[in-house]
Ligand binder design. Structure first.
Ligand code: GLY
Ligand code: MN
Ligand code: MN
Length: 506
């Protein structure tokens, strides 16, 4: 299936612009008889509008919180545009996470859309969602536009549909440029943009600012990026429900993988069996995976982001599976289990596994309101350093390694222990340091606890029995009023329970 845009007959190949050469394959008819015929004779459209989304009351509260931080400033939050994969084929569309969070729109909704919060005269903002609504059937777009046309990508919603679904006023994308320019500069009205999301919107805002002599808005834009990221640090009830759904779907995906381990062992690229079993489940039960699956068997588990997944899965070794289902609202889980391929840990595998588990348990113990986010990592590192010292791997004591000028234990765990989780797998990444790393833990936060130990096969500082072993255990934790809840607790993590669970599935 290919895009066959109407072509000009006098285009000779050498002189033709590169961009236009995509059209050289076109054989689409261009006669008026064809156009009249294809744009007529269609049944009336279904006029039933959708019900308001369950998310709508929550997104309204989020927009109000953002509004309060930017009085008198027009806020521009684009969904983003299609990204070209190659030539005239695009990647599947995914809206920017801030746009999804503030509108409730998920999956593939809605390319080129822009949420604008227009400041009201006294206080607050009025939200308007600008997007490209369904085109009429007598338009050429209807049948000839491979990027937007109904024949090619299906019918888009109408302005009324999206207004009903989101509870947000809607307007045609054609009105965006004028709406953004209106009164900017007058009475101190400023415009803040979530930039680098949609180049076309960046250009419109740059022009508006130039016309109004507004220079140096970079700080304002950075503050908006920070604000929309920080807005997601505390999850509301709807978000927590979505996170539970994502984690539960992911746990089911891990079960499918365990059932498929025999097939994985039998295949030359067993890691791909693991990857595709999980990802098939993610597509069937959710939107997709929240990040590229890490299906790392044997020594590959020591490569932190092993996503090539083309290796064998061998009995006697372990499989590190780091995978998460992203649900339709775009919330994702991020879960890791390290499993003995044949269902039973060896003694040395169990020793490493238990050390990582103890580090995770220590981290869980301090992942409570009032503690500092940093304390979670520190607690895990104390256990990791202690175990490495007791195995004689550190050049000095555990205490010396834990000191800032030491840190030798990090040779075997170079990553952090925790990150916020939500619509982005590494959620809230633009939050200020004092709101993230240096923040006090609060109820409603959702983050991972994921210590690990990774002993590379060519590491000459460790005994041979450890070489090629990588273990990570990753859970998704919700901070509650008086402690925490491990959202992924239903996926066994203690070695005996892992073995029993695997046996029950095979
Ligand atoms: N799956 C990526 C991470 O654990 O952060
Ligand atoms: Mn993670
Ligand atoms: Mn992970």
């Amino acid at each position: 299936m290919s895009d066959e845009q109407a072509t000009t007959t006098d285009a000779t190949s050498e002189a033709q612009a590169l961009a236009a050469r995509n059209d050289n394959r076109s054989q689409r008819p261009d006669s008026s008889a064809f156009r009249e015929f294809i744009t007529s004779g269609w049944a009336p459209r279904d006029t039933q509008t959708p019900e308001q989304g369950e998310f709508a009351p929550y997104t309204a509260v989020r927009r109000s919180a953002l509004s309060a931080r930017f009085p008198g400033t027009r806020l521009v939050i684009p969904a983003g545009a299609f990204k070209v994969r190659s030539n005239d084929t695009d990647y599947r569309f995914r809206p920017h996470s801030a746009f999804a969070h503030l509108t409730g729109l998920g999956t593939d909704q809605e390319p080129d859309a822009v949420l604008v919060l227009h400041p009201l005269p006294v206080e607050g903002h009025e939200a308007v969602l600008y997007f490209r609504p369904l085109a009429p059937r007598d338009s050429t777009e209807f049948y000839s536009d491979s990027r937007y046309g109904e024949f090619w990508v299906g019918a888009r919603p109408s302005l009324e549909d999206v207004a009903a679904l989101t509870g947000i006023q809607t307007a045609h994308l054609d009105e965006l440029a004028d709406a953004l320019a209106k009164d900017v500069g007058a009475d101190g009205l400023r415009i803040a943009l979530l930039d680098d999301v949609d180049a076309a919107v960046d250009a419109i805002v740059a022009e508006v600012r130039a016309q109004a002599d507004l220079v140096d808005s970079a700080q304002l834009d950075a503050t908006l990026a920070e604000a929309v990221s920080e807005l997601r640090l505390i999850k509301d009830a709807y978000e927590i429900e979505q996170m539970r759904a994502a984690v539960d779907a992911s746990i089911a995906g891990f079960e499918h993988v365990v059932r498929a381990l025999g097939r994985a062992v039998a295949h030359a690229r067993g890691e791909r069996v693991v990857e595709t079993v999980f990802e098939a489940h993610a597509r069937l039960e959710g939107n997709t995976v929240g990040y590229d699956t890490i299906a790392a068997a044997g020594e590959h588990a020591t490569t932190l982001h092993w996503i090539r997944n083309d290796g064998e899965v061998r009995p006697g070794e372990m499989l590190l599976l780091d995978a998460g289902v992203e649900v339709e609202s775009l919330y994702t889980a991020d879960v890791t289990r390290t499993l003995p391929v044949d269902g039973t840990f060896t003694e040395v595998q169990r020793k490493v596994y238990q050390a990582v588990l103890d580090a995770a348990d220590a981290a869980f113990a301090v992942a409570v309101p009032g503690k500092n986010f940093r304390d979670v990592h520190a607690a895990a590192m104390e256990v990791i350093a202690d175990r490495l010292a007791s195995w004689g791997l550190l050049p000095g004591t555990a205490e010396e390694s834990l000191a800032p000028e030491g840190q030798q234990h990090r040779r075997w765990m170079v990553h952090g222990t925790s990150h916020h989780l939500g619509i982005d797998v590494h959620d809230c990444a633009q939050a200020r340091r004092e709101m993230y790393l240096d923040a006090t833990i609060e109820p409603g936060m959702v983050f991972t606890i994921e210590p690990g130990l990774y002993f590379k096969a060519d590491d000459l500082t460790i005994p041979a029995e450890l070489r090629g072993i990588g273990v990570r255990i990753e859970d998704d934790v919700l901070i509650t009023a008086d402690g925490n809840e491990n959202l992924s607790a239903a996926l066994p993590r203690r070695p005996d329970e892992v073995e029993a669970w695997m046996a029950s599935l095979r």
